[in-house]
Write a protein that binds this ligand. Structure first.
Ligand SMILES: C[S@@+](CC[C@H](N)C(=O)[O-])C[C@H]1O[C@@H](n2cnc3c(N)ncnc32)[C@H](O)[C@@H]1O
Length: 358
């Protein structure tokens, strides 16, 4: 009997005859997603959305203002129109480009809602480092600035003032909406004092202090961060409500409080250090006190929160042995430390608050 060898084309046909719909679009969209990503990141790098604050420009005017060669201007600006980051009134050389409401609010430096710090860091640091994802997966080793010098990442990042500022701004863009929603959804009225461990620019404290005027805050972060946090607290007129403390959350005691928050802290560390921080929180809290971790919690079955899993790969790139985790992981670790009850509150997009009660 003759065995028929199926060519790739006829295999494809067999699938179609069994009425399985085949479509390569998703593969190609994901494969080329870095093109779109780099267009947006480059627009942020050029500060294009700030240049277009309250104004509309033709391609030629905008290209000149940004110092661009004429070859790419229509492709670049129209790609931003097609991907929804710019609007264009009219076509051709007289068409005028302007910000969309979202670009104007979040990518324009004159807006107090600016979240471009994260795109800036993605562009300046992570875009290049992610090119070595394969090596990270094979070796389990970080691929960022510490790849060749083996220094602790925060020591390396904070040794350069520009990078320090950039990193802290990036965090702000990530978490503002989460902290706002946490302040709305969590029953802070039952508590009096909050310690934010690894509080960076004290953003959590500054947002939740405005929502809950009875609360006092202590925002603990490394000494290099302290003056920058204090500057923000003063700017917001909250010096009587928020104390910023410089210290090391592994070496120093946590400030006394009945709520301890950790925003994107546990995911920066390996399992052993995660458990040390959870145990320190447990020991510092009174009976009935509460630990809240604000992270991109991965769903327990690890099938849905793509962003959480990509963030965890980002932790591989940044730290090597650090990783993101699920609500169930958090419950297990906190139970081991002695916490009794648990709750998960969904925040913005892929983020949640994992809550453990002592
Ligand atoms: C990923 S950022 C998170 C910042 C902020 N909590 C948020 O949610 O955006 C981690 C923070 O931990 C701080 N940090 C790292 N190691 C620390 C240490 N040993 N002691 C105190 N803070 C530390 C960093 O300076 C940084 O602000």
């Amino acid at each position: 009997m003759r065995t028929e060898v199926l060519s790739p084309k006829s295999q494809h046909d067999v699938q179609l005859n069994n009425s399985v719909e085949l479509n390569p679009d998703h593969i190609m969209q994901t494969a080329t997603a870095f093109w779109s990503s780099k267009v947006l990141l480059t627009a942020v790098e050029f500060d294009l959305f700030t240049v277009l604050d309250q104004t509309a420009m033709t391609a030629e005017q905008l290209g000149k203002k940004l110092g661009l060669h004429p070859r790419g201007i229509y492709d670049f600006f129209d790609a931003l129109v097609a991907s929804g980051f710019l609007e264009r009134q009219g076509d051709g050389p007289s068409g005028k480009y302007k910000n969309t409401p979202n670009s104007s609010a979040f990518l324009n430096k004159n807006s107090r809602l600016y979240i471009g710090g994260m795109p800036e860091m993605l562009n300046n640091r992570l875009f290049g480092f992610w090119n070595n994802l394969g090596e990270a997966l094979k070796t389990g080793q970080p691929q960022n600035e510490i790849k060749h010098n083996g220094k602790p990442i925060f020591e390396e990042l904070y040794s350069d003032e520009v990078r320090l500022g950039q990193f802290l701004d990036a965090m702000t863009g990530f978490q503002a909406a989460n902290f706002q929603i946490l302040g709305e959804k969590f029953h802070f009225e039952n508590y009096t004092a909050v310690s934010d461990i690894g509080g960076a620019l004290a953003l959590l404290s500054r947002i939740i202090a405005r929502q809950h005027p009875h609360l006092q805050f202590n925002s603990l972060d490394l000494p290099q961060v302290l003056p920058l946090a204090q500057e923000q607290i003063e700017k917001d007129g909250l010096t009587d409500r928020i104390t910023a403390t410089g210290g090391d959350f592994f070496a120093d005691d946590f400030p006394k409080s009945d709520v301890i928050t950790m925003g994107n802290i546990l995911h920066d560390w390996n399992l052993q250090n995660k458990k040390i921080l959870i145990k320190k929180a447990y020991d510092a809290l009174p009976e009935g006190g509460v630990l809240i971790a604000i992270e991109n919690l991965i769903d327990d079955a690890r099938r849905e929160n793509l962003f959480g899993m990509l963030m965890s790969l980002n932790m591989l790139i940044e730290f090597g042995d650090a990783f993101d985790y699920s609500g169930q992981d958090f419950r297990d670790w906190c139970k081991e430390a002695g916490f009794k009850h648990f709750e998960m509150i969904h925040l913005a997009g892929p983020s949640s608050a994992a809550i453990a009660y002592k």
